[in-house]
Design a protein around this ligand. Structure first.
Ligand SMILES: Cc1cc2nc3c(=O)[nH]c(=O)nc-3n(C[C@H](O)[C@H](O)[C@H](O)COP(=O)(O)O)c2cc1C
Length: 460
């Protein structure tokens, strides 16, 4: 398994997964445009070793494919889901060690974030440079429980940040700190080994330390070191760490920022101050382009891998599940035994707490990894007036701009809830008429023989 980001880059480079860009490019728009272009053109990792006004290296689209996520775990992509589920059962706690590469440089005077880190400005109307792969580590001021997750972070001043704190547990920790009127200590970690990075965004049940999930997936403890100025621990082999505090009660406009859903969003968000930056020698900066390949892999698989097995075990007849577009689309493969199975499974998935807005149920003869197969099933097995389910007033994803905000009042306290409606499309074939829906095929023995001939011609 890989101890750090640079070890993983070296490995995938040998596997032909990396494109090195030698042209001088700027952190303002240019590198973002190149990551997007490379991710769309051939999906490989983009490595920039000639960054204008910055001596170090930037890497982008690192986990931009299921294949590379599987490589991070040392398995073939076909075994990713099973490997995740089996390893995930044996949590391994992190170990705290003395010193590590992250302590090679410790800066506590005259801090200027943009002079130390090549923070990208991604999209035309973004308010400024944003960290998009920064993992925030923090502890609950009440219980000491640890949280970690990616949050979009605006660099608003030499030491000043604006942070989108939209999801628990960090939002709860901040609330607890604000009730006491004290700052919330944070460490922003950039450039980690791929498994720890991925684990930091897994939608895990509350109370589980995500470093233990990373340990389980890597099958060895993550090595942590104590921070310099806050009571937190960070990966010893990270590339950069920013230590600071979210200031209680302070909110400032943060945005516009081009989000994962492909739209600019502006919020009134918490503000943080950084007091120490630590980094490795010749640090590698891990960029993450919103609304591009890696963003989708992180969002879909962090939900899917962590929760899929729970749904497969608890919803009878659900054979497989695929999430698309940050989980807003879900495709359910159904082992249909009863005429109502498709609709039953759609309803169960609507109510399971996922952000999914469109749920499509298909049969076992549909390859749910193939968009062509899914569209074919909808086009030929689905009748809109018979097979559609619509549900209103469901919890929505706040960065989906089509959602509605509803105000609720409880004990005099007003809360805004993000709401969406959901649609289910049952594209399974009717059991009463299965013969009519037999999928045509070439005889399997012929298909197999011809496949071998074609493979011999280099056509795979
Ligand atoms: C690419 C990406 C960007 C994210 N950006 C934010 C963000 O800006 N604000 C936020 O509150 N959560 C954001 N999240 C979600 C959190 O990082 C975290 O994954 C989520 O809260 C699940 O963690 P939990 O199980 O500890 O709650 C983002 C997740 C991903 C994968």
């Amino acid at each position: 398994m890989f101890d750090d980001l640079r070890g993983f880059i070296e490995h995938i480079n040998q596997e032909g997964e990396v494109v090195t860009v030698t042209e001088a490019l700027s952190v303002k728009y240019e590198i973002a445009a190149a990551i997007k272009g490379i991710s769309e053109k051939d999906g490989r990792v983009a490595l920039f070793n000639n960054v204008k006004d910055y001596p170090g290296t930037i890497v982008g689209n690192l986990l931009g494919s299921k294949r590379r996520l599987a490589m991070a775990m040392g398995v073939d992509e076909t075994a990713l889901s099973e490997t995740y589920s089996s390893r995930r059962k044996n949590l391994i706690k992190p170990s705290v060690i003395e010193g590590g590469p992250i302590k090679e440089n410790i800066i506590s005077k005259d801090l200027d974030i943009l002079k130390t880190l090549p923070v990208l400005t991604h999209h035309e109307k973004d308010m400024g440079p944003y960290f998009t792969s920064g993992v925030i580590i923090s502890k609950d001021p009440e219980t000491g429980a640890r949280s970690m997750g990616i949050h979009r972070i605006l660099v608003r001043a030499p030491r000043g940040l604006g942070i989108f704190v939209n999801s628990p547990p960090l939002s709860n920790f901040l609330e607890n700190a604000e009730k006491k009127g004290v700052p919330l200590e944070i460490a922003v970690v950039l450039g980690q080994d791929p498994i720890t990075f991925f684990s930091s965004v897994v939608w895990a049940p509350e109370g589980i330390d995500k470093f233990s999930i990373a340990g389980a997936l890597a099958r060895r403890p993550v090595s942590l070191v104590k921070c310099e100025s806050v009571d937190l621990e960070v990966p010893a082999h990270a590339e950069f760490v920013l230590e600071g505090r979210i200031l209680p009660g302070e909110r400032l406009t943060e945005g516009p920022f081009g989000e994962s859903t492909g739209y600019y969003l502006t919020y009134n968000n918490p503000v943080a101050e950084i007091q120490v930056i630590t980094h490795r020698n010749q640090p590698v900066y891990n960029a993450l382009m919103p609304f591009a390949g890696e963003d989708e892999v992180l969002l879909d698989f962090s939900w899917g891998l962590e929760n899929k097995h729970v749904f497969l075990e608890s919803i009878s007849g659900l054979k497989d599940l695929r999430l698309r577009y940050i989980g807003l689309m879900a495709v359910a493969q159904v082992k249909k035994r009863d005429e109502k199975d498709g609709q039953r499974i759609i309803r169960a998935l609507m109510d399971c707490g996922m952000p999914n807005k469109v749920i499509i149920a298909v049969d076992e003869d549909v390859d749910i990894q193939s968009d062509r197969d899914i569209w074919w099933a909808i086009a030929t097995r689905f009748q809109p007036d018979r097979d559609t389910i619509i549900k209103s007033n469901m919890p929505g994803l706040s960065i989906d701009p089509s959602t509605m905000l509803r105000e609720t009042v409880s004990s005099g306290v007003k809360t805004l809830i993000t709401e969406t409606s959901k649609i289910g499309i049952d594209a399974t074939k009717p059991l009463s008429d299965v013969d009519k829906f037999e999928k045509i095929r070439v005889p399997p023995d012929v298909a197999e023989r011809v496949e071998k001939i074609l493979a011999g011609m280099g056509l795979k």
